[in-house]
Write a protein that binds this ligand. Sequence first.
Ligand code: SAM
Length: 253
Amino acid sequence: MTVYHHFAQVYARGYYPEFSQALAGLLPGIFEQYEIPRTGNLLDLACGEGSFALEMAKMGWSVAGIDQSEEMLRLARHRATTAGLEIEFKQQDMRSFETDRQYDLITCWFDSLNYLLRIEDVQSAFERAYKALKPGGWFIFDMNTIYGLAIEWQKQKCYVQQETEDLLELHQTSYDFEKRMATMRITWFIRNDEIWQKYEEIHFERAYSVEKIKNALTTTGFSFESVYGSLRNLTPVKQDSSRVWIFAQKKSQ
Ligand SMILES: C[S@@+](CC[C@H](N)C(=O)[O-])C[C@H]1O[C@@H](n2cnc3c(N)ncnc32)[C@H](O)[C@@H]1O
């Protein structure tokens, strides 16, 4: 069973969707600085349960989303239908997705690219994104840094992520310095009447240096435009930045 199957329901009811909803609020101001159009065709890679896609569709973007998890996509489709928004959500792997449209903007948020455990897989995702963009189109994404996974994530090795009357969600983290891989064991208990049922998923994430990411982007053909340590303040990356925000463009020929 892949990750984000049973966990999709827990993800959708926690704080997680707020991350990309907040991004949707920040982006219009940033688009102005980069002369990115205020609307157009948008593809959200690893769109999850659709929060970002929905926010952007409300702003007038024509949106599509892909994700590997059918359960996340089921929630996304339900949310779009309930909101009366037409968004195409398809189950595809971002390393190999096909699309018959070309996009003005492609996004990929909230650790999703860290789930690709080899730089070759990241490169494949970049190549697919490049192919799916119109000339002049933008690819914007975030990734956890090595510092983020190896240091920040490990500051609390075990903690309660969500606790309500019928849900208890626990996270346990570890980092393997030899394999340069972070593990998050997510255990949760859901109450059904008086019975608590236990579930578990183990998530692996890997981070790459900005140099490696830049190299994979430029090898693909992208122009590497900017990297920030904070999207809210557009500040540079520091040694202790736990996340990077990257802007790449497919230049017009
Ligand atoms: C932390 S969630 C982020 C979801 C969404 N982008 C958000 O901001 O809420 C990571 C997502 O990446 C998806 N994912 C992981 N590997 C993937 C792959 N190879 N192709 C497509 N989706 C993938 C998972 O199914 C999950 O929905």
